[in-house]
Design a protein around this ligand. Structure first.
Ligand SMILES: NC(=O)c1ccc[n+]([C@@H]2O[C@H](COP(=O)([O-])OP(=O)(O)OC[C@H]3O[C@@H](n4cnc5c(N)ncnc54)[C@H](OP(=O)(O)O)[C@@H]3O)[C@@H](O)[C@H]2O)c1
Length: 332
């Protein structure tokens, strides 16, 4: 029996929202009706879905009447307020914000890793942090074979991870600087063009940022691995799309390079791109707009026992957000 669903996208005009629309269309999700929701400033504008213009509506408390599945990507505050209202109206929510990710009653899911957790939902399912999602696509298959103890990692995060305004800020700064004009920064505390910012999300008392701790906290939940440890430095780089992460992972069991290649080669949603002699390794430019993440630069880590170093790139707007959300909706 096939059925068509009434799907709502909250934050439809955002960097993630527009990818959700495209992903629903590309994967031929059985959408009977699509409701696009955003702030008052976008109400009345249109976005295209399956060749038709859909009018954007202002998000309101009564926006979810008759909605079966609500995909949220409008920030944590909006999710906290409106996701429970959507559930009350009978919708199942897939939430992209960090609002519910550590709530024990809310499954936190990457379908390739812990799809079975989706069944435990009480109306809300959380999508993981985008850097964590991209990293775990490579780390989890290795963990299944070699049992990961801890990782040390540095991220190289694209500006689209901050949203539509940050994409515009990088464009404007590049244009200004190449024209010999001063660059303005509003979204980031420093110029992002031709720069790297070792600062993603807010700082904690420990000196780590919230973003950096998501790898350990969310990794533990998704991999069902409560003692997993991750020391991460998150860096914003002047790349438009696709995050990359340099990872050194230490395992309980001895790791071999061939064994790692075999495991990664058969992992779903992941391509091994690893022939440095031909200049082949994952790049944000080749991972952008691709569903699969890419892993490469595989080598035995020279500073860790049972260690493997690797580099993973993935489109955080897709696997780190829209694609993962639609995959969860497909399971539903
Ligand atoms: N970007 C990523 O790679 C990524 C990855 C994973 C998770 N996320 C999460 O996804 C969410 C959205 O991120 P984004 O990058 O798409 O941000 P964005 O480009 O800034 O888009 C924000 C969206 O939220 C809407 N919005 C803002 N205030 C609203 C309000 N009061 N009522 C209704 N809608 C409102 C905006 O509508 P208007 O256009 O009308 O203002 C827009 O559609 C965030 O929670 C973020 O943490 C993002």
């Amino acid at each position: 029996m096939s059925r068509n669903f009434h799907v709502a996208i909250v934050g439809a005009t955002g960097a993630v929202g527009v990818e959700m629309i495209k992903t629903l269309e590309k994967r031929a999700f059985p959408v009977g009706r699509l409701t696009l929701l955003a702030s008052a400033k976008s109400a009345g504008k249109t976005l295209q879905f399956r060749g038709e213009q859909v009018v954007i509506q202002e998000l309101r408390e009564d926006s979810f009447d008759g909605v079966d599945i609500a995909l949220f990507s409008a920030g944590g505050g909006i999710s906290l307020k409106f996701a429970p209202l959507a559930v009350k109206c009978g919708a199942i929510v897939v939430d992209n914000s960090s609002a519910f990710r550590m709530d024990p009653d809310v499954p936190l899911v990457i379908p390739e890793i812990n799809a079975a957790d989706i069944k435990k939902n009480r109306g809300i399912i959380a999508n993981p942090n985008c850097t964590t999602a991209v990293t775990l696509m490579a780390l989890h298959p290795l963990h299944q074979e070699f049992r990961v103890k801890r990782i040390f990692a540095s991220s190289y995060q694209a500006v689209s991870g901050t949203g539509a305004q940050a994409i515009e800020e990088l464009r404007a700064q590049v244009a200004a600087i190449t024209a010999g004009q001063p660059a303005e920064n509003k979204v980031y505390p420093h110029q992002i063009a031709f720069n790297d910012l070792p600062h993603v999300d807010t700082f904690l008392e420990t000196g780590y940022t919230k973003e950096e701790m998501k790898m350990q906290n969310e990794g533990r939940r998704i991999m069902h691995h409560p003692t997993f440890k991750a020391s991460v430095t998150c860096v914003r780089v002047p790349v438009y799309r696709a995050h990359s992460v340099a990872v050194s992972a230490e395992f309980e069991r001895p790791v071999s390079l061939n064994g790692a290649r075999v495991v990664l080669g058969r992992a779903p949603g992941l391509d091994v791109v690893d022939d440095p002699s031909k200049f082949e390794y994952p790049l944000p430019l080749s991972a952008a707009e691709q569903d699969n993440c890419q892993v490469g630069r595989l080598r035995l880590d020279c500073a860790l026992d049972n260690g493997l170093a690797f580099w993973v790139s993935g489109d955080q707007l897709l696997k780190g957000a829209a694609l993962n959300a639609v995959q969860i909706a497909e399971y539903l």
